[in-house]
Design a protein around this ligand. Structure first.
Ligand code: ATP
Ligand code: MG
Length: 302
């Protein structure tokens, strides 16, 4: 993951001191069509260093399409995509990575039977000795992986254990620490808490906050407004490929965010439909007015 053979870990971070005023990643009226299908349209997004930008949205809203553009997997077909204020168009994920944009996918692309330390360096192994006797520097990789994980506050009993034996949450944390070590400036996490229980989600949220403390701009994709609100500085809600809400933390409460995500009007309609079905006690469900009315309460804000 190093650049041009010159970089060691952290090279990108050292080259460019994070500037809090310039968006490291920006989309301007960006869109993407797959043939006739317009998956994304007119999306504006700014990602700043030391901030967590949450992208929320229901299934099919365009979240994955959005991050595929930023991570170099797909190209936008409308609008502009800028990195450090410069228009870019990545042809491969490698180009995004060279700009310090690292993506942790939900399936994580790990080799389950390989030890934790080996997965930490997968694809960017440390070597020693002159060619043709060059070989893996196992001791150094183990030591570095151990130090880096501890650095992030991740304590694992044994780095020799296959990564497949770690919990889903722990694996996400290793992936986050890895991105930080290899000099990511922007960390994209695609639904890292989707398959996790409450406790493990909490652990992953903690490392999202740790990555922010280290100066990274984090793009946190999630369905869950509660998880988003726990760590988010900025919130973007996608609906049917367009940005429905774009608000910073002081502009939106948890209740409003939840309401946007749930689609107050749609829930009210669903409640009406459910009332026609026998066996569903709609009295237990929230009032329609509570589902549609904007909530001004600041409860839940930290
Ligand atoms: N490669 C593709 N070819 C054609 N249509 C696609 C392609 N990828 C996504 N789409 C369409 O674009 C829309 C947005 O999909 P996307 O995967 O970005 O949504 P999402 O918000 O990530 O949903 P989910 O929460 O289910 O992951 C959907 O209607 C989807 O069917
Ligand atoms: Mg998706």
């Amino acid at each position: 993951m190093t650049t041009n053979g010159t970089g060691t870990h952290g090279a990108i971070l050292e080259d460019k001191v994070p500037d809090k005023d310039t968006a490291v990643v920006e989309l301007r009226s960006a869109g993407k069509s797959y043939g006739n299908i317009r998956a994304l349209h007119g999306v504006d997004l700014k990602v700043f260093p030391s901030q967590v930008t949450c992208v929320l949205g229901d299934n099919g809203a365009g979240k994955s399409t959005l991050i595929k553009i930023i991570s170099g997997l797909h190209q936008h077909t409308e609008g502009e995509f800028l990195v450090d204020g410069e228009p870019v168009r990545f042809s491969t994920p490698r180009e995004a990575l060279d700009k310090g944009i690292a993506t942790v996918y939900q399936d994580l692309a790990v080799v389950p039977l390989m030890p934790v330390w080996r997965n930490f360096f997968l694809g960017s192994e440390m070597t020693k000795g002159p060619w043709p006797l060059r070989r893996l520097d196992i001791e150094k990789m183990k030591k570095t992986a151990d130090e880096e994980l501890r650095n992030m506050g991740i304590v694992l009993d044994d780095l020799e254990q296959p990564i497949g034996t770690l919990s889903g949450g722990q694996r996400q944390c290793v992936a986050i620490a890895r991105a930080v070590y290899f000099g990511a400036r922007v960390l994209i996490l695609d639904e890292p808490t989707a398959a996790l229980g409450v406790k493990q989600s909490g652990v992953v949220l903690k490392y999202i906050a740790a990555a922010r403390e280290k100066g990274l701009g984090v793009i946190f994709i999630t369905h869950n407004p509660h998880h988003a609100y726990m760590v988010g500085d900025h919130f973007s809600v996608l609906r049917l490929g367009t940005m429905e809400l774009n608000a910073s933390r002081d502009e939106v409460s948890l209740e409003e965010l939840t309401n946007h995500m749930a689609g107050g009007t749609e829930l009210a309609a669903l409640k009406h439909e459910l009332s026609q079905v026998r066996g569903v006690d709609v009295e237990e469900l929230p009032e329609e007015k509570d589902l549609t009315a904007p909530v001004a309460s600041s409860e839940g804000k930290s």
